[in-house]
Structures are given as structure tokens and as C-alpha cells.
Design a protein around this ligand. Structure first.
Ligand code: AMP
Length: 113
């Protein structure tokens, strides 16, 4: 399987990780949409959040826990941040490996468009 985020997770694609644990890595988005724009991904390949089986939904909580830690460490809490999980074509997903965007450092607008 040719998945760029699997490559980042298994270190065959060189990237500066901002977080790594047994099941999760985080790194900077290549095309940042905010002063802080990180991607938090499971090492396991799930094509989207829709593809996470019920028995592994705990991974979603682990991604959120890493977002909380990064927000604390980087002082972007309590100012605030946005977590985004684009899912499928109409959801705006372009990379087919589950990822949570953590965006911060500017005022976020709503609706997102
Ligand atoms: P999405 O549109 O939600 O699928 O987001 C995919 C994100 O991955 C985009 O924000 C891209 O800028 C980002 N991206 C794609 N390839 C890389 C890469 N090699 N390293 C870091 N970010 C990437």
C-alpha cells in the first residue's frame, strides 16, 4: 500500500515529528492554514474516521488526548484551537489515512466553507 502518512508513521518518509508514542504520531502540515497547523495520526492505517472499527474507536480518543497535550505544551490553550477531521470527498479529505488537523494561532471563522 502506498500511503504517505504510513510512510511518515514508519519513518520511511523523513519528517520532523512533534509527538510520537506507541500508537500515534504528530507532525507539521506541509501547507499550513494557521500559525500552528499540526496533523495527528494513528500509526495504524485507517482510510478515514468512517473506517475505524468499533473495537478500535479508542484510537480516536488517543488522537484527541495528543491534541490536548500539544495544546497545553504549545500554549495554545486557553486561547483556543480547532480540531478538524475531513472525511471523504465531500468532507474535503485529500489524504486517505485518518488524521486530525489541529489549527491555532488565529481567529477561526464559522461556518468553515
Ligand atoms: P485533508 O484535506 O484533510 O485530507 O488534509 C490533508 C493534509 O495533509 C493537507 O493539509 C496537506 O497539506 C497535508 N499533507 C499532505 N502531505 C503531507 C506531508 N508529506 N507532510 C505534511 N503534511 C502533508
Amino acid at each position: 500500500m502506498d500511503c504517505i502518512f504510513c510512510g511518515i508513521a514508519n519513518k520511511s518518509v523523513p519528517t520532523q515529528l512533534v509527538h510520537e508514542d506507541e500508537r500515534v504520531v504528530a507532525f507539521r502540515d506541509l501547507n499550513p492554514q494557521a500559525p500552528t497547523h499540526l496533523l495527528i495520526i494513528p500509526k495504524a492505517h485507517y482510510a478515514s474516521i468512517q473506517d475505524v472499527p468499533p473495537e478500535d474507536l479508542g484510537i480516536v480518543g488517543e488522537l484527541v488526548a495528543v491534541a490536548q497535550d500539544l495544546a497545553r505544551e504549545r500554549g495554545i490553550w486557553p486561547s483556543g484551537y480547532r480540531l478538524v477531521v475531513n472525511t471523504g470527498p465531500q468532507g474535503g479529505q485529500t489524504v486517505g489515512h485518518l488524521h486530525v488537523h489541529l489549527l491555532a494561532g488565529r481567529q477561526m471563522m464559522w461556518p468553515p466553507g
